[in-house]
Design a binder for this molecule. Sequence first.
Ligand code: NAG
Ligand code: NAG
Ligand code: NAG
Ligand code: NAG
Ligand code: NAG
Ligand code: NAG
Ligand code: NAG
Ligand code: NAG
Ligand code: NAG
Length: 886
Amino acid sequence: MAAKLTEALLLYLLCFILSVSNSLRIYGCKEGERKALLNFKAGLKDPGGRLSSWIDQDCCIWRGVQCDDQTGHVVQLDLGNKIPLHDMFQYGRRSQPLKGDHINPALLGLKHLQYLDLSMNFFGGIQIPAFLGSFQQLRYLDLSCAGFSGVVPHQLGNLSSLQYLDLSNVFYLPCNHLQLARSHWLSNLSSLQYLNLNFVDLSKASDWLESLNTLPLISEINLSNCTLELPLSLAHVNFTKLKVLDLSRNYVHSGVPPWLFKLRSLENLDLSDNAFKELIPSAIGNLTSLRVLNLANNRVLEGGVPLSLKNLCCIKDSLETLNWISSELKGHFPNWLGRLKSLKMLNLYYNSFYGPFLQLGLHSLKKLDISRNTLNGSVPVNLGQLYPKLEFLDFAYNNLTGVLTEAHLAGLAKLQHLGISANEFWVGLGSSWVPPLGLKTLLMFDSKLGPGFPPWIQKLENLSVADFSNAGISDTLPDWFWNFSKNLQLVRLSNNDIKGKLPVSLEHLSGLLYVDLSGNSFQGSVSQFPANLEYLFLSSNKIAGRIPETLCYLKKLAALDLSKNQLIGEIPECWNHSFQPRLSTFDLSDNQLSGGIPTTICSPSLTYLHLSNNNLSGELPLSLRNCRALTTLDLGQNKIGGSIPTWLANSLLNLEVLRLRYNILAGDIPPELGNLTGLRVIDFAYNYLSGTIPYNLGNLRAMKFAPKIFYNTKVALEIYDKISFDFVDSMEILYMVSNKLLIGYMDNVYVNLKGRDVQYDKLLPLLISIDLSRNELSGEIPEELMYLSYLQNLNFAGNHLTGRIPEKMGMLLKLESLDLSNNDLSGAIPTTMIMLSFLSHLNLSYNNLSGRIPQGGQFLALPDPSIYFGNYFLCGFPLDNNCEDI
Ligand SMILES: *[C@@H]1O[C@H](CO)[C@@H](O)[C@H](O)[C@H]1NC(C)=O
Ligand SMILES: *[C@@H]1O[C@H](CO)[C@@H](O)[C@H](O)[C@H]1NC(C)=O
Ligand SMILES: *[C@@H]1O[C@H](CO)[C@@H](O)[C@H](O)[C@H]1NC(C)=O
Ligand SMILES: *[C@@H]1O[C@H](CO)[C@@H](O)[C@H](O)[C@H]1NC(C)=O
Ligand SMILES: *[C@@H]1O[C@H](CO)[C@@H](O)[C@H](O)[C@H]1NC(C)=O
Ligand SMILES: *[C@@H]1O[C@H](CO)[C@@H](O)[C@H](O)[C@H]1NC(C)=O
Ligand SMILES: *[C@@H]1O[C@H](CO)[C@@H](O)[C@H](O)[C@H]1NC(C)=O
Ligand SMILES: *[C@@H]1O[C@H](CO)[C@@H](O)[C@H](O)[C@H]1NC(C)=O
Ligand SMILES: CC(=O)N[C@H]1CO[C@H](CO)[C@@H](O)[C@@H]1O
C-alpha cells in the first residue's frame, strides 16, 4: 500500500513526534474526549483486543491515541490495521480488524482531531458518515479498505485543512465499494496534497478533472481502477505541483490526452491497463521530471512499437523506471531505449519483440527483464560492460541460440536474480566458473544445462530458489547439494535423470518450502523434511520403503505427490484436519501400497486424491464424506470392494472426476450421482456393478456445456508470498507468477479412450467421459443420456444391456469414441449417427443389431469390418454382405 506522505506532511509529523518526546505533557486526558472515545469504542467489536488498553484514566496513552502536549487535546486517532502487501495472501498474519456497523457520532467530541486512520478495519458496508466533514482541523484521513460503501458524502468538502485523503482499496482485496456522485466538492479541499481514490467508482463524476485542477497544492493523485472517463481536453492546466499520477486500470479507449504532457512536475505516471489508441506520442519528452513510466498492458491496437521517439529531449535524462509489459509490442527493440541513460529498471516482458538481444549501454540499469519475447540470435558477450550494475536479469522464454558461457555473464558481479529458462542455447558454464556470489534466485528450467550436474552451484551460499527442472542433467546428485546454502526455500530438479539416494534427513534446511525432485532416478526411502515444508513432489523415481510417519507432522503440507515409486506397506493414518489442515493434493498412485484407505482421511481443503494402482483393499471409508472440496477422486486399479455409497453423491458436491476403474465394487450405481453438477469424468469400468444405468445421469450438468479451464495461480502466489524476490512491486505479482514460476501440481488421470489408455493432465479439465464398461449392468441405455451434448467418450462395452441404441444418439455431437460392444442390443443402428462428425472410434461388435449400416458421415471413414462382427443381421459397407441378400 503506497502510503506516501508528502514532504510537507512528513515534516509536520516529524515536528509532532519531536514535540511529544521533548516536552513533558502537563495536562491529562480531557474527560469529554475520553467519553467520546469510550462511546466510539462501545459501538465496535474488537475480536483481536486491539483496544484493550482503552480503560485507564489517561486516554492520551491509549493505543492509537495521541494528544497535543501543550493543550492535552486528542489530535490523533490511528486505528489503521495496515499490513505489508506481501502478507496479504496470508490470512493469519493480519491482525484482527475492528468491526462495526456504525460509527458513533460521539467521535465528534474530539474537536481538535487532526489525524484519523481507520484503514483496513471492517465497517460492514456502511456509508462514510457525513459528520466526518465537521472535523475542522482534520489534516489526515485514511479510510482505505475499511468496508465502506455507497456515495462518498459531499460534506467531506468542508475539510479545508485536509492534506491527505485515502479512500482506496487494496489491489487484491475489494473492501470499499464507494462511488463519487459528483466531485465539485473536491475543489473545496484547498490544502489537499495526497488523494487516493483507487477503486472508487467515478463513472458519474464527469467533473473530476476540473475539480482536481483547482487544487493548488495537490502532488499525488491516484485514480486507478475508477471506471473514469478521461477528458481529452483541459482548457488551462494548473497542476503545478503534481508529482504522481496513477490513471491505470480504467480501460480508457481514447487517445492519450494532450494535457498530460503539460504536467511538467510529473515524476511518476502510471497509464497501465488502459487501451490507448496511439501510444506515447512524442510529446512525452516534454515531461522533464518523469522518473517512472508504467505502460503495462496497453494493447497496441494498430500493432508495432514506436520505433522513433523523436522528442525524448528531457525524459531521457530523468526516466528511471520504464514498465511496458504485456502490451503486444512487436518489432526490434527501439534504439531510443539506449538514450534513457538514467534507467534503473526496464521491464519489457510478455511482448513480441524479435531480433537480437537488447544491446544498449545502460550503465545505471539494475533490473532488466525481457523474458517472454521471441528474441533470436545469441546472448551478447559483453553484458557486464553494457549493464555493469545489474541485480536482476531475466531473458527466459525467448529463442536465443548459441552457447552461453562464462564470458557472457562476466562482470555481472551484483546479480541477485538470473533467469535464462526456456531458450535454445546450450549452457556451457564450465566447472571453474565463479557465478555472481550474491545470487538468490537462479532459474534455469527447460534449458540445455546438463548432462553433468553444475559444480559451480556449490559456491552460491545465498541461493534460496534453485530451479533446474528439465535441464538435461544426467548425473549423480553431488553430496554437497543439500549443504551448500542454508537459505534454500525452493528446489526444483524435476524431469532430469538425476541419480543418487535421498538423504536421510533434510531437517537442517529449515527454510525449505518447496521440493520437487519428480521425474528422476532417485533411490532410497523418503527423507525426513523440515517442519515448515509445504510442497513435496517426489513422483516418478525409484523411491522404496514405507511412507514415513514423519510426513504426518508437516503441519503446513499443502501438496504431497509420491506417485510412481516403489513404496510398500500401509498408508499412515494421519491425513485429516488435525494433522494436515492445509493439504490439498495427495497423490500416492502407482506404488505397491497395501491395507485399507486410511479411515480418518480428509482435510477440509483436499482437492485431488489419487490412490490408484496399488493393492488397497477394504471399502470406501465414511470419512471421505468430509472431503467437501474434493474435485478428483481416483481409486482405480485396487481391490476396493463394497458398493458405491450414496453418501458419496450427497457429500462430495464438488466432484469432477470419479475414477473407480478395476476394483471389485458391486451393487447398483447410485442415481444421486446425477445431482453432482460438476461431474465430468465417470470411470467405473471393470467392476461388478449391476442393475440398470440410472437415467438420472442425464442430469449431469457439466456434461451439457462446454468445459472451461481455470488457471490455478494460487500455489504460485503462495510461494511468491514467502520467497523474497527483489525488485518486484505489487502490480507485477500476477505476471511474476505466470512468467517466472510455473509450479504446482497438475492433476492427471489415465482414461481409456478409443481403446487405448491415455494420460490426461493439461487437457483433463476439457475431458467429458463416461466409462461403465465390463460390469454386470442390464436394462436399456437411458434416452436421457442423449442430452449430455458435450460427451466425448461413451463406453458401455461388456455388460448385458438390451433394447435398441437410442434414436437420439445423433445428438451427442461431440462424441469421438463410442463402444457398445459385447451387449445384447438389438434393432438397427440409428441413421441419426451420421451426424456424429467427430466419431473416430466405434465398436458395436457382438450384439444383435440388424439392418443396414448407415451409409454416410463417419461411417464411411470407419472401414474396419470387425467393429460390426458378431451381429448376424447387419449388412452394407464395410461388411462384405449385401443388404439385398438378407
Ligand atoms: C462546514 O463548516 C462550517 C464552518 O466552517 C460549519 O458551520 C458547518 O457546520 C460544516 N458543515 C458540516 C456538514 O460539517
Ligand atoms: C495507487 O493506489 C493503489 C492502491 O492503494 C496502489 O496499489 C498503487 O501503487 C497506487 N499507485 C501509485 C502510483 O502509487
Ligand atoms: C465549499 O466551500 C464553500 C465556502 O467555503 C461553501 O460555501 C460550500 O458549501 C462548499 N461546498 C461544498 C460542496 O462543500
Ligand atoms: C487554477 O487554480 C486556481 C487556484 O489555485 C483556481 O482559482 C483556478 O480556478 C484554477 N484554474 C482552472 C482553470 O481551474
Ligand atoms: C512540448 O514542448 C514544446 C516546447 O517546449 C512545445 O512546443 C509543445 O507544444 C509541447 N507539446 C505539448 C503536447 O505540450
Ligand atoms: C532471427 O529471425 C529472423 C526471422 O524471424 C531471421 O530472419 C533471422 O535470420 C534470425 N536471426 C538469427 C541470428 O537467427
Ligand atoms: C521460438 O521457439 C519456439 C519453440 O522453440 C517455436 O515454437 C517458435 O516458433 C519460435 N519462434 C520464432 C519466432 O522463431
Ligand atoms: C438427488 O437425486 C435424487 C435421485 O436422483 C433425487 O431424488 C434427489 O431429490 C436429489 N437431491 C437433490 C438435493 O437434488
Ligand atoms: C470502481 C471500479 O472500476 N472497480 C473495478 C476495478 O476492477 C475490477 C476488476 O477489473 C472490477 O471488477 C471493478 O468493477
